[in-house]
Design a protein around this ligand. Structure first.
Ligand SMILES: [Zn+2]
Length: 416
């Protein structure tokens, strides 16, 4: 039914202008009514006309405040909307709960997920649909001892939920013959404290779980490490970042994934730099990481022909300013990031300064970090004073007599 004022179906703003129980399409629009007009519930509610079959769901979701007025177990659509009751009306659980009418087949998971506070009232191992075992593990771990049944639990699909949410009951449920080893990375991730009990190198899923074993079970490195099984292709970086303490035990230049994960060596294994450094294998696309993390070995790795100037110029300026004279090359440096020269290499200002190449979009770095060279770089036609005059005020007040006059003149010229 449309509102005569604004045309909206089941309009809330002008409810009294259109509401007419005799003309209303109860069959087709009961759901719209319940969804939009809960505020006028008392005015429209008519249990004999309401379409329970289709719109029980909207009652349960949107008219929860009027639950006691509409609830009728004989009319409610239990078949399709049992789960909605559990989800939205758990606060009235005591009123609606009926184990003989509840749709255990489709909605057992909703009981476990949303009514765990009433676990003792609804729990029935013979009616619960064990295909939804995950919901018990995830939301009813507090009642673990009450529901746990290894012969009924859905190990095939939900072994990982046990590991993830019931790790404190590990010793009660663990069974290597039933556990689905395809989900074994969750054991490494969620049950590392029981490593010695579950560990089985021939069953563990190395292909998908090498990262988890490297990052969560590093304390047992000596036990699980197996260079033939570890997934070097995908998880070399996990070794570099998580197991760097054991570097010399796992390092193998022929197996390490240099192509994708060179950066991780530079970043996490700089103290073993001399062990792994190989300019022919290192992926120079990651050379920014050398500048950032291995600057102390600058003279060993530096190669201006191989270095990735495009993506790594900023890191050179930022992390290797003490080697400025060794690397500086105005023709190779990426002037897009010339702000980094201003900020980090200001003491070499005279060596790199070039007003035609400097990226004046980042003018303010000059004002803040190269103040002492103000008279060298200042150019009122290039400095973006419309945006960054405040940086001049803050960092270059001693040159105010210069820039203030220049800016005023430029403004006057433009007005003419
Ligand atoms: Zn209206």
């Amino acid at each position: 039914m449309q509102c005569p004022i604004c045309g909206t179906t089941c309009c809330t703003s002008h409810f009294n202008s259109w509401w007419n129980p005799d003309l209303f399409d109860w069959e087709g629009q009961s759901n719209m009514l319940a969804q939009h007009c809960a505020d006028f519930f008392d005015e429209w509610w008519d249990p004999t006309k309401f379409n329970w079959e289709q719109a029980s769901r909207e009652l349960a979701i949107f008219c929860i405040e009027h639950f006691r007025k509409w609830w009728d177990p004989d009319k409610y659509n239990w078949q399709e909307y049992s789960g909605v009751l559990a989800q939205y009306c758990s606060g009235h659980f005591d009123i609606w709960w009926d184990p003989d009418r509840y749709n255990w087949q489709d909605a057992s998971w909703a009981l476990a997920s949303f009514c765990s506070g009433y676990f003792e009232d609804w729990w029935d191992p013979d009616r619960y649909n064990w295909k939804d075992s995950w919901a018990l593990a995830q939301f009813c771990s507090y009642y673990f001892d009450r529901w746990w049944d290894p012969s009924r639990y859905n190990w095939k699909e939900h072994s990982d939920t046990l590991a993830q949410y019931c790790s404190r009951h590990f010793l009660k449920w663990w069974d290597p013959t039933k556990f689905n080893w395809r989900t074994s990375p969750t054991l490494a991730k969620d049950c590392p404290q029981y490593f010695h009990i579950w560990w089985n190198p021939s069953k563990y899923d190395w292909k998908r779980g090498s990262h988890e074993i490297a990052s969560c079970c590093v304390g047992c490195f000596e036990i699980w490490w197996d260079p033939d099984k570890f997934n070097w292709k995908r998880n070399s970086a996990s070794l570099a970042s998580q197991c760097n303490k054991h570097f010399r035990k796992w390092w193998d230049p022929d197996r390490y994934n240099w192509e994708d994960e060179s950066y991780a060596l530079a970043r996490h294994c700089s103290e073993f730099f001399h062990d792994w450094w190989d300019p022919d294998r290192f992926n120079w696309k990651h050379s920014w990481a050398l500048a950032e993390y291995c600057s102390q070995h600058f003279h060993i790795w530096w190669d201006p022909d191989k270095y990735d100037w495009k993506d790594g110029s900023c890191e050179l300026a930022r992390y290797c300013p003490e080697y400025f004279d060794d690397w500086w090359d105005p023709n190779r440096f990426n002037w897009k990031v010339s702000w980094a020269l201003a900020e980090f290499c200001s003491e070499h200002f005279y060596k790199w300064w070039n007003p035609n190449k400097y990226n004046w979009k980042d003018s303010w770095f000059l004002a803040q970090f190269c103040t002492e060279y103000f008279e060298v770089w200042w150019d009122p036609d290039k400095y973006d004073w419309k945006k960054y005059d405040y940086v001049l005020s803050e960092f270059c007040p001693q040159y105010r007599h210069i820039w203030e006059k220049d800016i005023r003149l430029r403004k006057l010229l433009r007005e003419d």
